[in-house]
Ligand binder design. Structure first.
Ligand code: QAP
Ligand code: CO
Length: 178
């Protein structure tokens, strides 16, 4: 298993659209299990391929407490939606930030599994919100796109600042004078 690198907002690569998958092979299976492992390691409940810089329509979700009920959604498509709710969302690509977003409580959607078989499913509550959030990623959309530009810009600035001090090996963070 390989841990994948998760892109962080405001990286423009998060704006890529995922293209439909038509080949169901071992390569797809490996990407899916690597994404699942990456999601579990980051304590997430959903991860879309676009978030790991793969522009394909693949999503992994596991909303179970026990972390052993993975759902692999290939080419998901919402057929029907009803009942608006407000839900506080986060995102592995927007670490540390949570905002209320309007979503549908009930959805009916279709998807293919990793072998290409087609399924139809109903979802409500957390699972429904998660599927809508992840499908947005496949269309280059993020939950912060639904909040005000002021809040969004503040979040972008804070994430950029955190990343420049945490991950760039700046001189002052080097413990010895090398
Ligand atoms: C999308 O989000 C979602 O900020 C999945 O520090 C979120 O897995 C769907 C996470 C809420 C429905 C409701 C976020 C982990 C995970 C963080 C996630 C963080 C660590 C987010
Ligand atoms: Co997300």
């Amino acid at each position: 298993m390989t841990l994948l690198n998760i892109l962080h907002y405001p990286d423009n690569k998060l704006r890529q659209k995922g293209h439909n998958i038509d080949t169901f092979d071992e390569k797809l299976e490996k990407i899916a299990t690597d994404m699942l492992e990456t999601m579990y390691q980051s304590k997430g409940i959903g991860l879309a391929a676009v978030q790991v810089n793969l522009p394909i329509r693949l999503i992994v979700i596991d909303i179970s407490e026990s972390r052993n009920e993975p759902l692999f959604l290939v080419n998901p498509l919402i057929i029907d939606k009803q009942d608006l709710i407000t839900f506080e969302e986060g995102c592995l690509s927007v670490p540390g930030f949570y905002e209320k977003v309007e979503r549908y409580n009930l959805i009916n959607f279709t998807y293919q599994d990793l072998t290409g078989s087609k399924h139809t499913m109903n979802a409500d509550g957390l699972l429904s919100v998660c599927v809508q959030h992840e499908i947005d990623h496949l269309d280059g959309k993020l939950f912060v796109d639904y909040i005000s530009q002021l809040k969004r810009d503040r979040i972008a600035k804070k994430i950029k600042k955190a990343e420049s001090s945490n991950t760039v090996p700046s001189r002052k963070n080097v413990p010895y004078n090398i």
